[in-house]
Design a protein around this ligand. Sequence first.
Ligand code: RP5
Length: 170
Amino acid sequence: MPDVGIIMGSDSDLAIMKEAGDILQEFGIEYEYTICSAHRLPRETAEYASTAAERGIKVIIAGAGGAAHLAGVIAAYTILPVIGIPIKTSTLSGVDSLYSIVQMPRGIPVATVAINGSANAALLALEMIAISDEKVRHQLSDYRDKMASSVLAKDRKLKDIGAERYLEQK
Ligand code: RP5
């Protein structure tokens, strides 16, 4: 039974949304992908969101491009936390997607990450799961420790070999 539902408006969003799935997989969290659309499949979107909690889903990650409003519509049909990913568009570089997701009017929240910010959407979903899951809490803590070590190692290398050689080796 998936813990996280990853839903997107089109298969053109999949490459970005898969980054979220890959992180959840790394943490051993079950997830499912769904392609649905608030404007092309409004009834199915409502059905997906209103049955998500009874299907065991704990968090929904919803990605869409343009002013499609997928995350907001889903949030309207469930009290599960919804994380919105504004997908970068060719016309307005994703600013349209960002505004349509981040500017949810009062009453129905959508936690919005950066344009194409799938990795942070997955990490935020994991932090929500970690509230009641000690194992995931420890995994997140290790994840941060590894990130910190990697930055420190880069700093040591830069000081060691200098900027010119560092860039040559990059
Ligand atoms: C939105 O419209 C989708 O989320 C996608 O980002 C965008 C374009 O969809 P396609 O025309 O590529 O199917 O609904």
